[in-house]
Design a protein around this ligand. Structure first.
Ligand code: GAR
Length: 201
């Protein structure tokens, strides 16, 4: 099981970090397809420049079930084993999640369960937390929910802005997403309730 399907809506830096780690031999996987709900997503251009199959499937006007069915068809067509949400700003339908049980990951720029949803870094600053970070988790039907695989913490500094805090967190995102993918691809983990146990061997 090594073929990744990447879903993204925007910039694509997490996708690029995954692609870099694969190219550098740090992650044993291949990118089978990159799909975006936004035609203009810079991440699609990055994928094309890397010679990856990159598809825009615009979601406007389609109901979630129909849209997810279209995305699922492409993931199956490209024999994807593991789906990685990388800045994919849509909730997945129950039918999508059932098609890839424990085979869909997401990255979120906060220490979940704090600050789910949009603008997580701004939420953290406005709340006044001293520590924030990022989370890679299995995806379920709820927003930024599902069992947590890895987290990384960063300090929030007095003079931070959304941009400076986001940059500090993003550096950790780029590191832990590939690490979490490697754990899931290795199969050396178990999930008990919400707890993911990583078996080091
Ligand atoms: C990342 O910070 C990711 O954690 C966040 O969107 C950004 C995408 O950046 N995802 C979420 O907020 C999911 N709820 P990228 O397109 O450069 O990878």
């Amino acid at each position: 099981m090594r073929r990744l399907g990447i879903l993204l809506s925007g910039r694509g830096s997490n996708f690029q970090a995954i692609a870099n780690n694969i190219a550098a031999g740090r992650l044993d996987a291949e990118i089978a397809v990159v799909i975006s709900n936004r035609e203009s997503a810079p991440g699609l251009q990055i994928a094309r420049s890397l010679g990856k199959t990159a598809l825009a499937i615009p979601s406007r006007g389609l109901d979630r079930t129909l849209y997810d069915q279209m995305v699922l068809e492409e993931l199956h067509r490209h024999t994807v084993d593991l789906v990685c949400l990388a800045g994919y700003m849509r909730l997945l339908s129950a039918q999508f999640i059932a098609a890839f049980p424990r085979r869909i990951l997401n990255i979120h720029p906060s220490l979940l369960p704090s600050f789910p949803g949009l603008d997580a870094q701004r939420q953290a600053l406005e709340h006044g937390v001293r520590i924030s970070g990022c989370t890679v988790h299995f995806v379920d039907e709820n927003l930024d929910s599902g069992p947590i695989i890895l987290q990384a913490a960063v300090p929030v500094r007095d003079h931070d802005t959304v941009d400076t805090l986001s940059a500090r967190i993003l550096k950790e995102e780029h590191r832990i997403y590939s690490e979490a993918i490697a754990i899931v691809l290795s199969g050396k983990f178990s999930v008990e309730g919400r707890r993911v146990r990583i078996n080091a061997q």
